[in-house]
Design a protein around this ligand. Structure first.
Ligand code: HEC
Ligand code: HEC
Ligand code: HEC
Ligand code: HEC
Ligand code: HEC
Length: 215
């Protein structure tokens, strides 16, 4: 039979498929790179409207995290405190500090201070603070030693792999409930036994199936 097309034409569909495959990889890489928001990068530390220091307030003054982050044990979100919380003290302390000018302005005008959000998981992933606090996972496991930070920075990647690492083996992160906000906590020598007891007590089963976090 006469050949209508030269031999090399047979390879064309393969080439198209191959370059198509490369294109798909580039598109995915592009979305990954450009679509990935800044705040998922460890070390992300935006400039805040007020030079508020966790090291001073939570570290040196020893104010408990829950005094300001009131939602953390009872709801999905920890919540950044309203101006009222600052003014509980700052109507009396450092009342004419220029550093506190935006806080006083917020107080007088009734407009919130525009804190810049640092930690955020995408809307398609479900996260709940209270579920973690209830079983003794401390703030420090996920946020690092906040009480040592002058300005908060992102200490962990908040990626899916990071969530799953702990969900598969949370033992090192299960603290006594009265230690959840403590900073610098290290697991004691008998942590394996204690973790086993805490897991049994609360029937802990961190989700590792897709629908656990993608609801
Ligand atoms: C006196 C009030 C106060 C106390 C006490 C306090 N915080 Fe905060 N926290 C704030 C304010 C205000 C912000 C927002 C500004 C900033 O990021 O620094 C914040 C921000 C944060 C953020 C970042 C939120 C984001 O945007 O992602 C984390 C995490 C955090 N705090 C954890 C803690 C932990 C852990 C403790 C206890 C060791 C603590 N905080 C104690 C007031 C407080
Ligand atoms: C429990 C009391 C208390 C609360 C609540 C509190 N502060 Fe303070 N704050 C202090 C004290 C005490 C100082 C240190 C004063 C000193 O250096 O003598 C301080 C200092 C500061 C300073 C430094 C002022 C300067 O001129 O050096 C800033 C800024 C500040 N606080 C912001 C805030 C903000 C914002 C909030 C609310 C999220 C807040 N504080 C809540 C007690 C508090
Ligand atoms: C198991 C990990 C984990 C623990 C434990 C944890 N956090 Fe978070 N935190 C996160 C993640 C993830 C986000 C982002 C949540 C989102 O985008 O919905 C976040 C966000 C925040 C925020 C800003 C947004 C919000 O929810 O209001 C604050 C403030 C905060 N955490 C404070 C705390 C404090 C205080 C503690 C301890 C009392 C704590 N966190 C314990 C993982 C954790
Ligand atoms: C340091 C350990 C640790 C990290 C990090 C962690 N978790 Fe968890 N998570 C747990 C433990 C322990 C439980 C089990 C609670 C239980 O079974 O009562 C849990 C439970 C959950 C639950 C089930 C809550 C419910 O109401 O059923 C969800 C959803 C969840 N985690 C989402 C996440 C996501 C999303 C991340 C990452 C952004 C994350 N977790 C990071 C330890 C962790
Ligand atoms: C413990 C919670 C958790 C479980 C379980 C989980 N995911 Fe995720 N997943 C996340 C979080 C958090 C993100 C967002 C990560 C980020 O922003 O980098 C995510 C992101 C993703 C993405 C977006 C792609 C990317 O890398 O940004 C896909 C797709 C995905 N998950 C699929 C799955 C599938 C399929 C499963 C089941 C095999 C699964 N997830 C199980 C928490 C979880």
């Amino acid at each position: 039979m006469a050949q209508i097309f030269p031999e090399w034409v047979n390879k064309v569909p393969g080439r198209i498929a191959l370059s198509g495959g490369i294109l798909v990889i580039f598109v995915i890489a592009g979305i990954w790179y450009y679509g990935s928001p800044e705040y998922t990068d460890v070390g992300y530390q935006p400039v805040q409207p007020v030079p508020y220091s966790h090291k001073l307030h939570a570290g040196d003054l020893g104010i408990d995290c829950r005094y300001c982050h009131t939602g953390v044990e009872v709801s999905a979100v920890a919540m950044v405190p309203p101006t009222q919380t600052c003014m509980n003290c700052h109507t009396l302390i450092k009342t004419d500090s220029p550093k506190l000018a935006p806080v006083r302005e917020s107080w007088e005008k009734g407009t919130p201070v525009r804190w810049v959000r640092i930690h955020k998981v995408p809307d398609y992933a479900y996260f709940d603070h209270s579920a973690h606090l209830r079983v003794g996972v401390g703030c420090e496991s996920c946020h690092g030693n906040i009480a040592a930070m002058e300005e908060v920075e992102l200490a962990k990647p908040l990626s899916m792999g990071w969530c799953l690492d702990c969900h598969r083996n949370p033992d090192a992160h299960l603290r006594p409930l009265d230690e959840v906000t403590a900073m610098g906590w290290t697991p004691p020598a008998n942590q394996a036994e204690r973790a086993a007891a805490i897991k049994a007590q609360f029937n802990i089963k961190p989700p590792v199936t897709c629908s656990g976090c993608h609801r």
